[in-house]
Design a protein around this ligand. Structure first.
Ligand SMILES: [Zn+2]
Length: 445
């Protein structure tokens, strides 16, 4: 199967150089050729894309689609209070609820240009099904806890697992579900509630199967204090001491870091996932992005949605990342839009070990491409289209999306599933869930 995206504007290579009047040939899963006047045969699909521009798809490097049902139920709560609400409400959810609502979260992200998700949770079997059905690239990761939150009332305690059992399950899931498109990686929730045995056991599997490892870390003062109380170490310091930092590891949030801890990240080539809007939403502080970049750490972006952020559009996190730095330093040149664009694409790919496959438009890479219509409002006048994407973020909608060479979104709609039917399912679940939530959860907290 060959498709030629004809006569378009495209941002090519690691520096996103702009080319006008260029063709992109997609053959099977790959970007086969980029050039002027690529010849088409009768069998080829030819898309005349003069009024479009093409970017690589975005990577949302920290994402909880299964939490969509709690979106906007905890506005104004601190991080710990938000988690308490989530754990209490998990008890009234039926297994299928999270499955159907995950479609809403993933589709919202896809329509804003996300083609790859680092997707975490306890229900990755249903997440894997969602990504496969929609044709979307992801790495799904179980993020268990094995230390009981005894300081909390039973109603709001998270589910904990036996470390050995969960490591075994994670390996079984990897063997059963890992594929080229939907990968199965390894991880834990947080060093606050995970033993060294669980952390190192999951990391061993990442090494064994040559995939990556993901977790939350240093997410606010309560997190840091709790880890210090249990281990006498700060979170990143503890991970360093037990030998749990390496190039396969990405750590989300990271708002509370010392200079020493940043040195550990550099030494061990650890990736940091900046989640600016989520960090603001639950008030856990600001990730020191400038200091991390200055030190040479790879920093990418995550939405941490659906509850700690209420929006699954990681594009808007690039905008928020700019705002936070400009406000902090009272300078508009601390981070430039091309760096933000790298955070959205190739840096995220690096954090997932996928930089040879995705993150840029280059011959030989997988065809994960987004076509944006130049007739859409954010792109008129369209003098600097990449900056338009970042700063007109909430108005930008992907017109057509290819993932792994397959057209999975066309004219703003999924080609894989009936979106209206998915919405009806999700809405019906939401109505039932909300009345139970009011009756059994919010009243008791
Ligand atoms: Zn998270």
């Amino acid at each position: 199967m060959r498709t030629i995206i004809k006569n378009t504007t495209a941002f090519i290579g690691e520096n996103f150089d702009r080319y006008n009047g260029i063709d992109i040939l997609i053959e099977d899963e790959l970007i086969k050729k980029i050039g002027k006047n690529i010849e088409a045969s009768n069998k080829d699909e030819v898309l005349n894309c003069k009024d479009f521009f093409v970017t690589p798809g975005f990577v949302n490097a920290h994402f909880h689609p299964s939490q969509q049902l709690n979106r906007a139920l905890g506005v104004g709560l601190s991080h710990d209070e938000q988690m308490d609400l989530l754990h209490a409400s998990d008890r009234i959810k039926k297994p299928d609820d999270k499955y159907w609502l995950s479609y809403m979260a993933v589709l919202e992200g896809l329509k804003a240009g996300t083609t790859c998700f680092y997707s975490v949770g306890s229900e990755i079997e249903t997440q894997i099904k969602v990504y496969n059905n929609l044709g979307i690239r992801a790495a799904c990761t179980l993020i268990p806890k094995d230390i009981e939150a005894n300081e909390k009332d039973e109603l709001v305690r998270a589910k904990t697992w036996d470390a050995k059992e969960r490591i075994k399950t994670a390996e079984e899931f990897h063997k059963k579900y890992h594929s080229n498109l939907v990968r199965v990686h390894f991880g834990i929730a947080t060093v606050r509630y995970a033993s060294d045995e669980l952390i190192l056991g999951m990391q061993k599997l990442a090494e064994k199967y040559d995939v990556y490892f993901h977790m939350h870390a240093a997410e606010g003062n309560e997190y840091v204090t709790a880890v210090q109380k249990r281990t006498s170490d700060r979170p990143v310091e503890h991970l360093y001491k037990i030998g749990a930092l390496n190039h396969r590891v990405s750590l989300a949030h990271m708002t509370k870091l010392t200079k020493e801890e940043i040195k550990y990240l550099v030494e061990k080539k650890v990736h940091v996932v900046h989640c600016p809007r989520a960090n603001s939403y639950v008030a856990v502080g600001v990730c020191p992005v400038k200091e991390l970049f200055d030190a040479g750490v790879n920093v990418c972006l995550g939405s941490d949605a659906a509850i700690n952020n209420n929006s699954n559009r990681v594009l808007s996190d690039a905008h928020a990342a700019f705002d936070k730095l400009a406000d902090k330093y009272e300078r508009a040149d601390i981070i430039d839009y091309l760096t933000l664009f790298k955070m959205l694409t190739i840096n995220g790919a690096k954090a997932m070990g996928l930089e040879k496959k995705i993150g840029t438009i280059e011959e030989g890479k997988n065809a994960d491409l987004v076509l944006w219509s130049k007739n859409d409002y954010p792109f008129i006048p369209g003098f600097n289209l990449l900056a338009d994407l970042i700063f007109a973020d909430d108005g930008c909608m992907a017109h057509t999306v290819f993932i792994n060479g397959k057209k999975i979104l066309e004219n703003y709609k999924s080609t894989m599933m009936n979106e209206e039917e998915l919405k009806q399912q999700a809405k019906a679940i939401a109505v039932r869930y909300y009345s139970l939530f009011k009756e059994q959860v919010s009243k008791n907290l």
